[in-house]
Design a protein around this ligand. Structure first.
Ligand SMILES: [Fe+2]
Length: 307
């Protein structure tokens, strides 16, 4: 009886008792209780997926489109992580790993280093398909995971994880005085901005020179913003500059007014390497204040990384 009523409630974002229980028990890594998805959950996936199709064809970069093909999603059903990983893992060694909610910054980046992608398993309500502040399985699996099928992109993500490791080493060799914590906050803020303007909202020059294409997952999972990012005259699009990106604040609940493009994923990889060398040279120690706010859990995750 209980299973039946849970399955009616489903795994809807912010309304899933399964997730509440996991959080209450302190379980970050969980399994995907596939039987709990309700028909409404599958309908939400189907609507989200169906309406993105044409926009992906038009605006997504070629690596993403190949990724979508190789993952063989069923447009009608929420994907099983196990099935997704069956297709993904042989390509780049990456796998989606179910989590119950927010993953502190170091833990998240460290997962990338191990070719694991923390993945939300809940899905937004079918009645509210547009913006929601929380990630959901559509953002994570349809927006992020197809990119992880690309070797060069996957390598850049792993490199980013290495960079976080470096930051944790710096934290481990510093004190916990005010100045050291200010420095660590600044480094985490710089990394979060870099991640935002590349992995989440990045654009890339198209190899067949038909302009810019989208590779950032925040755009790839947004029906409205993917078009806005490419077509709108309101958006400023610039070649990526590290010194700008690390100092540029951003807001999460509005269409992005500034986007940056890379030449290729090899270029992205080089930028992560450069970010790391800037970190080692102290150039990330005092980046501009503003969003994102580095919270206690993020700081703690770096301080207690045990590297
Ligand atoms: Fe994301």
């Amino acid at each position: 009886m209980e299973a039946q009523s849970s399955s009616r409630i489903g795994l809807t974002t912010t309304q899933a008792p399964f997730i509440e229980e996991a959080r209450a028990a302190g379980d970050l890594y969980i399994h995907q209780p596939y039987e709990l998805y309700s028909e409404e959950n599958h309908t939400a996936w189907n609507r989200l997926y169906a309406r993105m199709h044409d926009r992906w064809e038009k605006y997504a970069n070629e690596h993403f489109l190949r990724g979508i093909e190789s993952l063989c999603f069923n447009p009608d059903r929420v994907p099983k992580l196990e099935d997704v990983n069956g297709f993904l893992n042989p390509l780049t060694g990456f796998r989606a790993k179910a989590v119950s909610g927010y993953v502190p910054a170091f833990t998240f980046f460290d997962c990338l280093r191990n070719r694991e992608f923390p993945t939300t398993i809940t899905i937004r309500s079918a009645e509210k398909l547009d913006y929601l502040p929380e990630p959901d399985i559509f953002h994570d699996i349809a927006g992020h995971v197809p990119m992880h099928t690309d070797k060069a992109f996957a390598d850049a993500l792993v490199r980013f994880g290495d960079c976080a490791h470096r930051a944790a080493e710096i934290a481990a060799s510093s004190g916990r005085d005010e100045q050291s914590l200010h420095r660590l906050s600044s480094i985490i803020r710089a990394m979060a901005r870099f991640f935002w303007f590349t992995i989440e909202f990045g654009l890339m020059k198209s190899s067949n020179s038909d302009g810019l294409k989208v590779y950032g997952s925040g755009l790839l999972s947004s029906y409205g913003e993917i078009e806005h990012a490419i077509e709108s005259a309101e958006v400023q699009r610039y070649p990526i500059q590290l010194e700008w990106v690390i100092n540029q604040h951003f807001e999460i609940d509005t269409y992005q007014p500034i986007l940056f493009y890379v030449e290729s994923f090899d270029h992205l990889f080089e930028l992560v390497t450069e970010l790391e060398s800037w970190m080692m040279n102290g150039r990330l120690n005092n980046v501009a204040l503003g969003e994102p706010v580095v919270n206690e859990a993020d700081l703690k995750s770096f301080l207690e990384a045990g590297v």
